[in-house]
Design a protein around this ligand. Sequence first.
Ligand code: ZN
Ligand code: CO
Length: 347
Amino acid sequence: MPHRSESERIAALDAALEALCGAFGPSGHEFQGVAERIAEMVRPLADELRFDALGNLICIRRGAPGAKRVMLSAHMDQCGLMVTEITDGGFLRVAPLGGLKPSLLFYRQVVFANGVRGIISHESAVKENEAELKHLYVDIGARDGKEAGELVSVADVCAYAPFAVRLHGGLFSAPAADDRAGCAVLIEALRELESPAYELAAVFSVQEELGLRGATVSAYGLRPDLAVALDVCPTGDTPNAQPLGIKLGSGPALKVMDAHSVSHVGLRGHMQSKASELGIPVQLEILPYGGTDAAAMQKSRAGIPAATLSIPSRYVHSAVETVSLHDAEKAVRLLAALLEDPAAGGL
Ligand code: ZN
Ligand code: CO
């Protein structure tokens, strides 16, 4: 039973999102910022907290004795760039960590784990619409290669500099909302829960953007009976958008399928009927591309029923990923209610 009001949950999500989107954590480098921040936030909500060998943060909440185990996964990594070369002139050449296109990167600010800032531009001899990643460079203000080498090294990584904006209607925009929005929903659902009907393994996974690597190993280690991923999904509600039936602010989405998973039909149906029981509007997501941690979890061992609860997001992988706090609040309520209802254990 919810014990906070809707506006209290929204305020908590807003604060959690700002804290999480402000934390550093390109894929493989989650330990340099975001992992510790999430650990601090979930420590009071956990019966047990640990990191595994790849750096996944696993938060265990024990249920009734003999209860089935549910793995919940929200990835804490964000796309980033790795320094591949420092030029004699003091500029940085970079390689992407995750799905970043050049057009998303032009004239953006980035930050390194040590606080060094940079700006991305492209070779001026190359036209903007023809620029590829190899034509980009990061300008950190160094006078030459020697000075740049005192600030950063080859193999260091950077991410979009954090900058949170609130738009009208409860929209929140910041880099890394994919998937810190999922992390925030998971944290707030753990806070909301009173008596889970399952043993919960809430995983804040690593390296999702590089191919679901963290969830692959954590699902293997945890042997869950059921699994739910929490991630963002793109919308089709902007001018001349791709034809996707997802609208920001119209409620969380239940993934039917994407390029890497088909949600378990029984589990998705159970989520759908729980939502209608609670009067929470949900949208159905059918995505011809993309993938979430559910794809890794469902293929673990001999197979695990898995689904994805999605938070609609505009401008995915840009520096202005935009989500609705109202959608996130509904996702929190739906997830908490699902985890308090033993019915899904029959799947
Ligand atoms: Zn994601
Ligand atoms: Co992503």
